[in-house]
Design a protein around this ligand. Structure first.
Ligand code: GDP
Length: 369
């Protein structure tokens, strides 16, 4: 059996099976000389980065090599899925390299929000997670908002370093890198092979003017995000594309909200108060009495209760229950990774049960908004 060839661009082992994994190229392109993976091909010929993904173990191996590089680590997170997309423990891997946190998708914020206040929230939250950042930049790669601040920050903090870009899947890493390629890189130069000893060869090097590179790494797959447990066909309904219109519900205790057929929110105990949903407006919300909720779900999931369909639901893990006690005092968010959050507006506390597919991260946090 002949040896598996590797990509002449990035060095990754080539494969023809899975277009979403590193090293993919169509069978027919194996004849090309030099042979390069589809990802390198696209960057080279179309100046276009594409999304590939790695599972957590492989990604940790890749992260492990950052510490030996001399780079500015740019960590892209999704504002709308902050705790879902933050790479926990990144600090342990970066060595002495500075970390720039780029918070993407600020275009999704409801109209009239004060972005600086949100930025303060992000700074506190990142710090609480043990991440030390040289700066936090808010932007929208897709809608080209705040991109000049990204460039400024790169200039300010890069020095003579490479730029090492890391992020979870669907945070908009490719969209952002495509902008960087357009406005910031030097594609006259060739894409280069990994030069660092011990580097896992899944990173693509995009040349910069001064001989340094932007290093695009695969997106990390966190199975704790709703976006990773739903079928691909449903992803479009889950990822909002327009500013989120918050939905406000006045609930009495013993009332339930279904978020499509994806999750369930029970207000178990507490005084009448309002709850604000920050979720994709493509999802249907249905209110009912808690005592009716089990039966309603069994009878109407995937239909009256809204998407995903029964067929799609069959591939999603069963729900587990998370019991949360919101303490009196500050406003809190019930955060469901990859789905959004529910702000608890009453300051008198509440007992809440959340049902979400097994493995999906559910937590309480200080309100973002
Ligand atoms: P990657 O997996 O991190 O490379 O992410 P992609 O660049 O492929 O983007 C994932 C999804 O998020 C796509 O549907 C994009 O259109 C969308 N997206 C990327 N950037 C933004 C943004 O700034 N705002 C919004 N609303 N969506 C974005």
């Amino acid at each position: 059996r002949e040896q598996t060839p590797s990509c002449a661009g990035c060095g990754v082992t080539l494969q023809t099976e899975n277009a979403e994994k590193p090293g993919f190229l169509p069978e027919t392109s194996l004849q090309r000389d030099p042979v390069i993976c589809q990802r390198c091909f696209r960057i080279k010929h179309y100046n276009e980065a594409s999304s590939v993904a790695l599972d957590q173990d492989d990604f940790l191996r890749l992260l492990g090599s950052i510490g030996t590089t001399n780079s500015l680590v740019v960590h892209i997170v999704d504002l709308y899925d902050f705790e879902g997309s933050l790479i926990s423990g990144l600090q342990r891997f970066v060595g002495n390299n500075p970390v720039l946190l780029v918070v993407n998708k600020i275009d999704l914020l409801p109209k009239g929000m004060n972005v600086n206040r949100i930025r303060n929230w992000v700074q506190r939250a990142a710090k609480a997670q043990g991440l030390r950042t040289v700066d936090v930049i808010m932007c929208s790669a897709k809608r080209n908002k705040g991109f000049e601040h990204v460039i400024e920050a790169l200039e300010q903090h890069r020095g003579d370093r490479d730029i090492y870009v890391v992020g979870a899947t669907n945070v908009g890493k490719s969209t952002l890198i495509n902008r960087l390629i357009r406005d910031y890189s030097n594609m006259e130069r060739e894409l280069t092979t990994s030069r660092y000893p011990g580097t896992t060869l899944d990173a693509v090097y995009i040349p910069l003017d001064d001989g340094k590179s932007i290093i695009d790494t695969p997106g990390i797959v966190y199975s704790s995000r709703m976006t990773e447990v739903v079928p691909r066909s449903f992803l479009g309904s889950l990822l909002p594309d327009k500013p989120i219109k918050p939905l406000v519900y006045q609930l009495n205790e013993q009332q339930t909200l279904f978020i499509g057929s994806l999750a369930r929110f029970d207000f178990v105990e507490g005084e009448r108060q309002s709850f604000t949903l920050y979720i994709s407006n493509a999802l249907h919300v249905h209110r009912t009495k808690l005592e009716r909720a089990d039966e309603l779900y069994e009878e109407h999931k995937g239909e009256l209760l809204g998407a995903p369909s029964r067929d799609e639901l069959a591939s999603i893990p069963e729900w587990t229950r998370h019991s949360l006690r919101v303490k009196p005092g500050e406003k809190q968010d019930v955060f469901i990774a990859g789905l959004g959050w529910i702000q608890v507006n009453g300051l008198r506390g509440a007992l809440i049960d959340v049902y979400a597919p097994k493995g999906v991260k559910v937590l309480l946090r200080d309100s973002m908004i």
